[in-house]
Design a protein around this ligand. Structure first.
Ligand SMILES: *Cc1c(COP(=O)(O)O)cnc(C)c1O
Length: 355
């Protein structure tokens, strides 16, 4: 049976990414060796990194003065690396959920952290607004897409201080005005590549301002200087990322993929609103295009487990909600086809008819 992959992460990738990576793992470029068996500094592999960096810059329209880095350690290591490099005295954080909290917790090892606002009071079902960012903060940190709660900051915010963003789960889902950010980072395993790759887009002139010594591997300048080749980068995931970037370019870029993402999300949100059994959990104006969270209406709460089983029997995979929200979460990342969204909607309609 066809599987409809709604996994939150690692998650669905374009078919072409999987097929091209599989080929390169067997025989890379016809050289008679696997991509896993050659030097990351070889003439066969170096163009992969260069092309991936160039496509990052092209698709996101990255202005000059920025560098794209391919590192290991996940978004979680960035929670620490970022304040290590940027936090001299004080940093500002917007608390929009579990990942935002984890980021904030690491920053506290390096200096004062001001939580400018939080949506904890409503289990993070909205994005706080109307807060004040302290002008003497070294930077302001946001999590643009809150993977667990299905909320998203889809506008590039104005900040009086350096804006930094965890875009793990919505990178490349829409055009971004990179010039508004000092750093954009994320784990690649949600919307770009197999797990193991961390991307960092960093504005060079924000670095070198803290007085503390920074260990070599944790200093962004090390990786800028060596073009992500200070040590062995995650070779296969970088190859995978390049295939996804080419796929995005072939689709027509980020304006196009954004249109497709809006279309897919609208189909599902409309059904959640229409269907008497379900209701969405995130407030409408802050709803994510990438992670769509919904629960049973109170009256039908007892049917939750049954719907999960019913949907699984029709090929839906990974729609169980995160334990801190409950209910269901359909992740509708770039690579998820519209047909899968339609299949889930059909499932919801059929289940409604039966009850
Ligand atoms: C998944 C996720 C992370 C954690 O990423 P790792 O690469 O596993 O460290 C951080 N932030 C957000 C928004 C995520 O969705």
């Amino acid at each position: 049976m066809k599987k409809h992959n709604f996994n939150a992460g690692p998650s669905i990738l374009p078919q072409v990414t999987i097929e091209e990576t599989a080929k390169a793992v067997v025989d890379f470029n016809g050289i008679g060796m696997s991509i896993m068996e050659i030097s990351h500094r070889s003439k066969d592999f170096l163009p992969i990194v260069t092309e991936a960096e160039a496509l990052f810059a092209d698709l996101l329209d990255i202005p000059s003065g920025y560098k794209v880095l391919f590192l290991g350690g996940g978004a979680s290591l960035q929670f620490c690396m970022l304040p290590y490099n940027l936090l001299e005295k004080k940093a500002a954080y917007l608390n929009t959920g579990a990942w935002a909290n984890k980021a904030q917790k690491e920053a506290k090892f390096f200096g004062e952290v001001v939580e400018v606002a939080s949506s904890k009071d409503a289990n993070y079902n909205y994005i706080p607004k109307g807060y004040t960012i302290p002008k003497d903060a070294d930077y302001f940190h946001i999590t643009t897409n809150n993977t667990i709660y299905g909320t998203e900051i889809r506008k590039d915010l104005d900040s009086p201080v350096t804006l930094v963003a965890d875009m793990s789960s919505d990178i490349f889902s829409r055009p971004v005005d990179v010039s508004k950010y000092g750093i954009i980072y994320g784990g690649a395993q949600k919307n770009l590549a197999p797990a193991g790759l961390t991307f960092v887009i960093v504005k060079e002139d924000i670095l070198g301002k803290v007085t503390r010594p920074i260990p070599t591997m944790l200093d962004y300048r090390t990786h800028i200087k060596d073009g992500s080749m200070f040590n062995t980068p995650p070779v296969v995931p970088i190859f995978g990322a390049l295939q996804t970037l080419k796929w995005l370019k072939g689709l027509g870029g980020l304006k196009e993929i954004e249109k497709m993402n809006i279309e897919k999300a609208t189909i599902l949100y409309d059904e959640i609103e229409r269907n008497k059994l379900f209701k969405g959990t995130a407030v409408e104006e802050d709803r994510s295009l990438m992670n769509i969270c919904f629960v049973m209406n109170e009256k039908y709460a007892a049917l939750e487990e049954d719907f999960g089983k019913f949907a699984a029997a029709q090929g839906m995979v990974g729609i169980k909600g995160h334990r801190s929200v409950g209910g269901f979460r359909a992740s509708t990342y770039n690579a998820l086809p519209k047909e899968s969204v339609q299949a889930l909607v059909d499932c919801m309609k059929a289940f409604e008819k039966a009850h």
